[in-house]
Design a protein around this ligand. Structure first.
Ligand code: NAP
Length: 237
């Protein structure tokens, strides 16, 4: 699909990757961009309409889908991460529940609410924001990685089902990105602008998977080899 004249709905659009998606969509000629945010403000960039949205709240998701019935491209971007010291910490189970509520059930909820909207508007597309962490886990990010693996799996099933209504489902994978989520981590990071641009180029090219950076491509390539990165992921820092 073309971004020109599309109507884009982005979850978690107030900071990090979300605003970069909004800016890139406007730049590429989107007719309207809905910024799904938990706390709307009075100020929106030109071409952007704020919509109240908490992906953990079914009523808020249903209301947003009703309000934004002209959406043709949904970007499931909202997500949370939490660092843990050890996979053996009992608190990790609660962390995992919290993270799944946003990253997995949030993505599922928004996809379910917007799929009929996209169908009514001719099919369109969904971008699900995934990660290189769908294919490996570090103890400090175990709950987050598990959530991204789960949402990758959901994305793969959703893609097949929504082909029937001509909706393209694109899984977007990147390693570390320069946002609040990685603040304080001394590592190589991709800019959110680069990620948004790669994703929208992928949508225009009809792609169903975009791997943004070299490390993510290497992680996927290594999966079937004896040197699979999930067996010995590199240390951070
Ligand atoms: N940063 C990375 O290294 C990296 C790498 C790979 C993938 N990702 C993924 O990229 C996506 C964007 O992350 P980011 O780096 O931009 O993170 P970020 O800077 O922490 O921003 C997260 C965004 O999600 C929103 N959000 C969180 N919970 C929400 C909820 N319940 N309902 C609605 N919005 C909610 C936040 O809104 P509030 O301001 O209200 O909290 C914020 O706008 C996430 O899915 C993340 O997992 C990130």
């Amino acid at each position: 699909m073309k971004i020109q004249n599309s109507v884009v709905f982005i979850t978690g659009a107030n900071r990090g990757l979300g605003p970069a998606f909004a800016e890139e969509a406007v730049k590429r000629g989107a007719r309207k961009v809905y910024a799904g945010v938990r706390n709307p403000t009075d100020i929106s960039p030109p071409g952007v309409v704020q919509v109240r949205l908490d992906v953990t709240d079914p009523a808020s998701v249903a209301e947003a889908a009703k309000q934004c019935g002209d959406t043709t491209l949904l970007v499931n971007n909202a997500g949370i991460a939490r660092l843990t010291n050890s996979t053996l910490e009992p608190a990790m189970i609660d962390d995992m529940r919290d993270i799944f509520e946003t990253n997995v059930y949030g993505t599922m909820r928004v996809s379910q609410a917007f799929a009929p909207v996209l169908a009514r508007n001719g099919g369109g597309a969904i971008i699900n924001m995934l990660s290189d962490a769908v294919w490996f886990a570090r103890p400090m990010l175990a709950a987050y990685s598990a959530s991204k693996s789960a949402v990758w799996s959901f994305t793969n099933a959703l893609r097949i089902e929504l082909r029937g209504q001509k909706t393209t489902v694109l899984g977007l994978h990147v390693s570390f990105m320069d946002t609040d989520m990685t603040k304080g981590l001394e590592i190589k990071k991709t800019s959110p602008q680069q990620v948004a641009e790669a994703a929208l180029l992928g949508i225009e090219a009809g792609q169903e998977e975009v791997l943004v950076d070299d490390f993510t491509r290497e992680v996927k390539r290594s999966l079937a080899t004896a040197a699979a990165i999930y067996l010995n992921p590199p240390e951070i820092g």
